[in-house]
Design a binder for this molecule. Structure first.
Ligand SMILES: NC(=O)c1ccc[n+]([C@@H]2O[C@H](COP(=O)([O-])OP(=O)(O)OC[C@H]3O[C@@H](n4cnc5c(N)ncnc54)[C@H](O)[C@@H]3O)[C@@H](O)[C@H]2O)c1
Length: 339
């Protein structure tokens, strides 16, 4: 008999760390964790099954389908934005091909279980794109359905996968006597940059904010790779995780769309630098611009409009920038780096 479980791909990543911690606290959840790399010790004890493997490996996907009955799939595995620009073909293979494999797994599961399987997909503000800084600066907080003109391969991958999620949700359904039955219940959040106290990002383009903070906490100097006036939205990892669990547990009838914006605060690089200096007055933070990465963040919105998420599933971040620093980031960082 197949074992009931939930599946998390990319489980050893930054978001995986937070999500595994949160889901582990729920009773009766068997977590199957998949990643290219072994899980860190801090999270491997919290999962029921740990699989090291590639989401592009069809035999692994078949093995998962044969052994488990998944009611929810959290598909986090991806190649992030900066890394993706260095290898667009691999980014497409993993970010699109891998997502297709997971959607097909969800579809098989939905068909064999005769019910809909929930599918979480973390999208990104990289799906948006502006013709230039003037358009970015004059557009304000943007809504889900505007400016979807990504200029990075990562943004293209994410936007297409959002559409794939819609396609699978709407095309694969059984018409019952009374109920319209979908095999996949695809739900997605377009995340801003995320700041975690526990992990340091790698390969993303919003990394300058968490990198700046972690460097200061470690007593190391840091060169910020974007201009001081650069502005995109951010949030803390606990808020990102509570958003996922909130959206995934929201009643179907409340969900009016498959993809939602969320955001918490939107500082410029210099405003964040000043905030770091309030807590670490001796921090050495300079600017050394990477033209390539600057161009990427310049194409992303200064802020997004999250009113749909507020309206449909009561999205509300617990932390603004001040509270996030004071009550979450600084205490954890002091503990982690012992200073
Ligand atoms: N962190 C952010 O600021 C942010 C913002 C927006 C969206 N997202 C999205 O959230 C998700 C998780 O992000 P994260 O910050 O945890 O990223 P991360 O890079 O920390 O983690 C990604 C994980 O996926 C794994 N992985 C990559 N390719 C794989 C493959 N072929 N097979 C199996 N595992 C593979 C990696 O080993 C890694 O552990 C990603 O889809 C990312 O695009 C993140």
């Amino acid at each position: 008999m197949r074992k009931s479980a939930i599946l998390i791909t990319g489980a050893n990543g930054e978001m995986g760390h937070g999500l595994i911690g949160a889901l582990h606290q729920k009773n009766n959840v068997n977590i199957v964790a998949l990643d290219l790399n072994p899980l860190d010790g801090s999270i491997s004890a919290l999962v029921n099954e740990e699989l090291m493997g590639n989401i592009l490996d069809q035999s692994l996907i078949e093995q998962l389908n044969g052994e488990y009955e998944f009611d929810t799939i959290y598909h986090l595995a991806a190649i992030l934005s900066t890394r993706a620009e260095f290898s667009p073909q691999s980014a497409h293979d993993v970010n699109v091909g891998g997502t297709l494999n997971l959607l097909n797994l969800a579809l098989e599961q939905g068909r064999s279980q005769g019910r809909s399987v929930k599918f979480f997909f973390p999208s990104s503000i990289a799906v948006y794109g502006f013709s230039g800084l003037d358009e970015k600066n004059s557009s304000g907080a943007i809504k889900e359905d505007s400016f979807r003109n990504p200029s990075t391969i990562y943004g293209c991958n994410k936007l297409y996968c959002e559409h794939l999620g819609n396609y699978y949700t709407n095309n694969y359904q059984r018409l019952g006597a009374e109920l319209h039955h979908r095999y996949i219940d695809f739900r997605s959040i377009r995340f801003p940059g995320i700041i975690s106290s526990k992990t340091i990002p790698a390969g993303g383009t919003s990394d300058y904010i968490p990198e700046m903070l972690h460097a200061a906490a470690k007593g190391k100097s840091y060169k910020c790779f974007v201009r001081e006036d650069t502005q995109i939205p951010f949030m803390t990892m606990p808020d990102a995780i509570q958003a996922i669990t909130h959206l995934m547990s929201a009643p179907k009838d409340n969900i009016s769309r498959t993809v939602y914006n969320i955001r918490s605060f939107s500082p410029t690089a210099e405003e964040f630098r000043q905030k770091v200096l309030e807590h670490y007055p001796k921090a050495q933070i300079d600017y050394e611009i990477s033209e390539k990465r600057q161009k990427m963040v310049d194409s992303w919105p200064a802020d997004t409009d999250d009113s749909m998420a507020k309206n449909d599933w009561n999205w509300a971040p617990a932390f603004n920038l001040d509270l996030g620093m004071k009550d979450y980031l600084i205490p954890d960082l002091q503990q982690m780096y012992k200073n």
